[in-house]
Design a binder for this molecule. Structure first.
Ligand code: ATP
Ligand code: MG
Ligand code: FE
Length: 341
């Protein structure tokens, strides 16, 4: 299975020979090109530039992935691509290329839901999680708690009411003057911050429910930053306080979701899943409360082709693939996916 990811600002390609139970479930190779530098001077992703860069990079990356795996296109049994959600132009680049390749090779094309890709990414690791589990999906565009009974059997337990977790990291970093994309930089800075120097609220934890809201936290940081001496140490202290607030909030909600669903396994995925404090503290909470935590490796937390190849391979193994039209879904509800059975 060839996997192609082009939903936003990363071009990701991977090859996988679906082998349930094999190490990495049969991942053979993966390549990635990040457009971060291209968008940095604008302070955010410029959709038209993203599409054009996917056009430039996609086929060279496909060749590279094939070379790495020692395969040719004749070895392909299917082509999976991200069909949504994401930027429409960027999605269309991957979808058109994937559909054309599949048509030329006479193999099926599989349109994958980007968030299902993120959700299944821990299956690329050793000791993959078995459903049922709860998934915390925290990325640039989403903050969700999902009850997973099986592949395609998803119930959204909680969602964000405003900013996604990654978006909150990025915007907060920006307002303290960190360059785009600020999330990872803010997390790094937080390592030098002093614990307790700044304390921000844990939004929406004082009432029942599993939804998230992070935009108020961003405003609290803005006020604290404006009223501070704006020194390097203060910036790090605020970053630390912000990260602790986000991580605490997520732990509280994860505990609630596990309790509500009765699940004993927690999957953490999406770009913010790369956050060290989140990983460490959720693993510690799991040891204390008796639930098992599962994370993708850092490179598979953010966007990548491997998760798309994997989701596509599972779908195809259950006889699911697209017809010959090229269709993308910039907005696409995870709960509407068919079960893979
Ligand atoms: P979506 O998956 O919702 O469509 P996306 O694909 O843009 O959004 P991802 O690639 O999954 O998002 O993740 C990128 C996000 O993860 C960015 O917002 C980035 O700031 C955040 N991120 C990456 N590393 C870290 C980290 N160590 N700490 C906190 N946030 C991080
Ligand atoms: Mg990205
Ligand atoms: Fe993503």
């Amino acid at each position: 299975m060839l996997g192609i990811e082009t939903s936003c600002d990363e071009t990701g390609v991977a090859l996988l020979r679906w082998e349930p139970g094999a190490p990495g479930n049969g991942l053979l190779s993966h390549t990635l090109y990040s457009q971060i530098k291209l968008h940095a001077e604008y302070g955010g992703v410029v959709p038209e530039l993203a599409s054009r860069d996917h056009v430039r990079k996609l086929l060279p990356l496909v060749r590279e992935a094939l070379t790495q795996a020692g395969l040719t296109t004749a070895d392909l049994g299917g082509v999976a691509y991200t069909a949504g959600p994401g930027l429409v132009g960027a999605l269309l680049v991957g979808a058109s290329a994937a559909r054309a390749m599949a048509w030329a090779l006479g193999v099926p094309a599989i349109g994958v839901h980007h968030m299902e890709g993120h959700l299944l990414a821990p299956l690329l690791e050793e000791n993959p999680p078995e459903p049922p589990f709860v998934a915390l999906l925290v990325s640039g565009g989403h903050s969700m708690l999902v009850q997973v009974k099986g592949v395609g059997e998803y119930k959204i337990l909680g969602d964000t009411l405003d900013d996604a977790a990654g978006e909150a990291f990025d915007k907060t970093a920006k307002l303290m003057g960190l360059p785009y994309p600020g999330g990872p930089a803010l997390a790094k800075l937080a390592e030098q911050g002093r614990p307790g120097a700044f304390r921000f609220s844990r939004p929406m934890t004082d009432r029942p429910g599993l939804d998230f809201s992070f935009s108020g936290l961003k405003t609290q940081v803005l006020l604290a930053w404006q009223q501070s001496d704006q020194s390097d140490q203060t910036r790090a202290d605020i970053a630390r306080g912000f990260e602790e607030a986000i991580v605490d909030t997520m732990i509280i909600k994860c505990r609630r979701a596990l309790q509500a669903s009765g699940a004993k396994r927690l999957v953490i995925a999406g770009g913010v899943g790369a956050n060290k404090r989140l990983r460490a503290e959720l693993a510690a909470a799991g040891e204390k409360d008796g639930f098992q935590t599962y994370f993708p490796r850092l490179a598979f937390c953010t966007d990548n082709g491997a998760m798309i190849a994997l989701a596509g391979a599972i779908r195809l193994a259950h006889g699911q693939h697209q017809d010959e039209t090229v269709q993308v879904f910039p907005r696409w509800d995870l709960e509407t996916l068919p079960p893979a059975m």
